[in-house]
Design a protein around this ligand. Structure first.
Ligand code: ADP
Length: 430
């Protein structure tokens, strides 16, 4: 099995554009008729769905922001009666009050479909077992992966996040071939297996599907070596559907994640002006839900920074997105230089005496942002060795152009993920 849905996943671009155009028109008509928020917005801009003749006209439409969803809390964005809801989720609330999302039966079918495609793309196959260590509950991760895996014909082990002892028992005794969780929790599991002297090569698990937070090749290397898995990226957000908006192929690693374009239309725009950017340029990812019924969103400003590009060598026709550098508001401005925590993480990978366990502490003194980087060293290295400390400082300065205060720490000093997303930045600015 190469694809879950070969027709859709390999559809020629021209046919895909036609489908997207039709779906966009239908979705806008439903919004215009049923969502007062959009009716008012389109009216005030003098827009009618019939003005939008093709997907290329999407740029005329206004953005929808997280703030809009918060203002319409909880169900103001709904395009169907509440009695048609079959599930309600919420965002994790990483950046404030969670936003609420509802699903109709058809929305859940779409969710299952895109997750099933993502699983196959990651190497999973019907008949395999999925160790699902994403949180079950309001967070879309657990139930989202669960539904897609069931649709694909996998056996789901619904462990949820946390309770690491139990996770390891399941890895050892239940023989799952596939695991999904946050990348930081996969780091925790890899470390724990190592501590306990478990031969991970002997475990059945061969594929790890990691997402819900930014991560780099440094963590991929640690997790792949530590758990003996092929680790790929899954991206998604509750407002659009949940995990499964995009997925990296296990045989095309490093070239980006396929966005399931027949359901979610992607654009990249300038983070300050909102102007559309070309393929390959880095900016904010904006997504339009082409098929969702309960809460269809037009040009949703994800605030996630990446670029998009077609891959002529890829197995599928859909566009790929680069790994997320961070949320636009995770960007630090250190003496005029813009820095994302993932850039610091990437540099750490070039130093053979440190581990990818780090924490960034941001403070402000005299209107200047200051960064302290705490990083754990590997066993055998001396945390008091000034040469080691200076080489971290120099490497960061050389690669990113900022000066940071460095503190080397022993193994275990820096917080680990206990099951979900890990906060690697402590912002002490007022
Ligand atoms: P919240 O925004 O409150 O964390 P969600 O749980 O819906 O709510 O998480 C969605 C967000 O998680 C995305 O907008 C993005 O910032 C982050 N995210 C999800 N998957 C990935 C990924 N693979 N890489 C980087 N960031 C991701």
């Amino acid at each position: 099995m190469k694809f879950y849905n070969p027709v859709m996943e390999t559809m020629p671009i021209e046919a895909l554009r036609k489908l997207q155009s039709q779906r966009l028109f239908d979705m806008l008509s439903r919004q215009d008729q049923n969502v007062p928020f959009y009716t008012d917005k389109y009216q005030s801009l003098g827009l009618r769905p019939s003005d939008i003749k093709s997907i290329y006209d999407i740029k005329q439409l206004p953005f929808t922001t997280k703030e809009d969803l918060r203002n319409q809390y909880p169900y103001g964005m709904r395009a169907v009666p509440e009695t048609d809801f079959v599930r309600i989720h919420a965002s994790s609330g990483t950046t404030g009050k969670p936003t609420v999302v509802a699903y109709t039966r058809k929305d859940l079918d779409i969710f299952d479909e895109v997750v099933a495609r993502s699983l196959v793309c990651a190497g999973a196959r019907p008949g395999m077992k999925l160790h699902n260590a994403y949180g079950y509950g309001l967070f879309t991760g657990g139930l989202g992966m669960h539904g897609g895996a069931t649709k694909l014909g996998m056996a789901v082990i619904p462990v949820s996040g946390g309770m690491t002892d139990r996770q390891i028992m399941i890895l050892q005794d239940f023989n799952p071939e596939v695991i999904c969780c946050t990348p930081s929790y996969a780091q925790t599991l890899a470390e724990e297996c190592n501590k306990r002297g478990i031969d991970t090569n002997a475990l059945a698990v061969k594929y790890a599907i990691l997402g819900a937070e930014p991560w780099t090749e440094v963590i991929r290397n640690q997790v792949e070596a530590g758990l003996h898995v092929n680790a790929t990226n899954i991206y998604g957000l509750s407002e659009i559907i949940g995990p499964g908006v995009s997925q990296e192929d296990f045989e095309e690693k490093g070239s980006g994640s396929y966005i399931w374009e027949d359901h979610f239309y992607p654009e990249i725009v300038d983070k300050d002006s909102g102007e559309p950017l070309d393929h390959g340029e880095e900016g904010v990812l904006v997504l339009t839900t082409l098929t969702k019924e309960a809460m269809p969103l037009t040009r949703y400003w994800t605030n996630d920074i990446c670029s998009i590009n077609y891959d002529p060598d890829g197995k599928r026709s859909h566009i790929k997105m680069s790994p997320i550098k961070g949320r636009a508001d995770d960007m630090l401005i250190i003496r005029g230089v813009n820095v994302f925590p993932t850039q610091i993480e990437a540099v750490l990978g070039e130093l053979d005496f440190v581990t990818p366990n780090y924490q960034i502490i941001v403070t402000r003194s005299a209107a200047m942002d200051e960064v302290e980087l705490k990083v754990e060293i590997k066993p055998g290295a001396d945390k008091h060795d000034v040469n080691l400390l200076n080489s971290v400082k120099h490497k960061i300065k050389e690669n990113i152009g900022i000066s940071v205060a460095v503190v080397l720490c022993d193994q275990g000093e820096i917080p680990r993920s206990t099951g979900g997303k890990l906060k690697r930045v402590v912002d002490k600015r007022i």
